[in-house]
Write a protein that binds this ligand. Structure first.
Ligand code: RIB
Ligand code: CA
Length: 317
């Protein structure tokens, strides 16, 4: 049986690339997408997830709307910097048709819990936005921490600074309390953070190969990702490309050997000036059981080759 995957996304340009990577990976079956907020409002992210799964030829993937804001807040507004990086519509202001499907009527949190009960160790859950939905699932059904196969998240930074401020990475910053609950839950979590995602960069050279395919999906991927690369020229001019944050998390979920990891029990600072920082938990330093792994090294050429092969294959079809 192939592994089952759930993506939890604030769809988002690199979230869309994560969907494409998952759909282009025969090792996994994408059994559902749960929507979160961050790059966009949850409604916009769900709309994008429905539209892009249609465009990629996979209308069978169900999409659920998740919680619309952080656990300690009562609303959410998109930050101007998010709109600058991902566009007002979250997908680089590229227009693609709305899906004629609607989001599933059930709750995203219940879908996650039910999937763990159904697939157990064969399920991998990949959150690439705030950790609000999985924290709510763990609060409702704490036993799933022992039943799930693994959680591979994009978020945080251990050996480098954040991208919101010196302490905070964007996904963790949206809901540090939720991320802290996940990190301390004992669930088998791999953190794929800025330590590695800022080493995996895409340039206009690669997006040109998608455009040359001449397919609607190829043109969409090229136009959307060019918007993202252009934004990076302003926000991170020294990098020389855009960070493949969310697709790297999917890549690691499919093939953990793409990264070197450190086994460590982590926490998130939830109080004081370092709120949002992802760091080792001193209280569990001497615990012989380490439930988390943090990616600290990545095989960049191998990942980029996998990324281009899988996404180009999908966009060609
Ligand atoms: O810090 C990078 C992360 O923030 C990515 O998941 C991106 O999509 C945004 O959500
Ligand atoms: Ca994201």
């Amino acid at each position: 049986m192939s592994k089952k995957m759930i993506l939890d996304l604030d769809t988002g340009i690199d979230d869309t690339l994560a969907i494409a990577y998952a759909l282009g990976s025969p090792e996994v079956e994408l059994i559902g997408i749960t929507g979160t907020y961050g790059n966009v409002l949850v409604e916009q992210g769900v709309r994008n997830a429905l539209a892009v799964t249609d465009l990629f030829g996979h209308p069978e993937v169900p999409v659920y709307a998740g919680l619309p804001h952080a656990s300690r807040k009562d609303s959410f507004e998109v930050l101007p910097v998010s709109a600058f990086i991902h566009g007002q519509n979250g997908i680089g202001d590229v227009e693609i048709p709305d899906s004629d499907r609607s989001p599933e009527s059930g709750s995203a949190v219940d879908f996650i819990i039910d999937a763990v009960k159904t697939y157990g160790k064969d399920l991998v859950y990949v959150p690439t936005g705030p950790m609000t939905n999985i924290a709510a699932a763990l609060a409702k059904a704490p036993e799933i921490k022992d039943e799930i196969g693994k959680i591979v998240l994009m978020g945080g930074a251990l050996t480098v600074c954040g991208n919101v401020d010196p302490w905070q990475e964007a996904n963790i910053s949206q809901d540090p309390d939720a991320a802290d609950k996940l990190f301390r839950s004992g669930a088998p979590v791999t953190m794929v953070g800025l330590d590695v995602t800022l080493q995996t960069l895409l340039t206009y050279k690669e997006t040109a190969t998608w455009r040359e395919l001449g397919t609607p999906a190829g043109r969409f991927l090229a136009d959307m990702t060019d918007y993202y690369i252009k934004a990076y020229e302003t926000t991170a001019p020294k990098l020389g490309g855009c960070g493949l944050h969310d697709p790297l998390a999917v890549g690691v979920a499919v093939d953990p050997t793409l990264v070197d990891t450190l086994k460590i029990n982590m926490k998130v600072d939830v109080e004081g000036p370092t709120r949002g920082r992802t760091i080792g938990d001193n209280d569990r330093l001497n615990d012989p059981v380490k439930t988390m792994q943090v990616a600290v090294g990545v095989d960049v050429p191998r990942f980029l080759n996998e990324f281009m092969t899988r996404i180009t294959g999908l966009a060609k079809a």
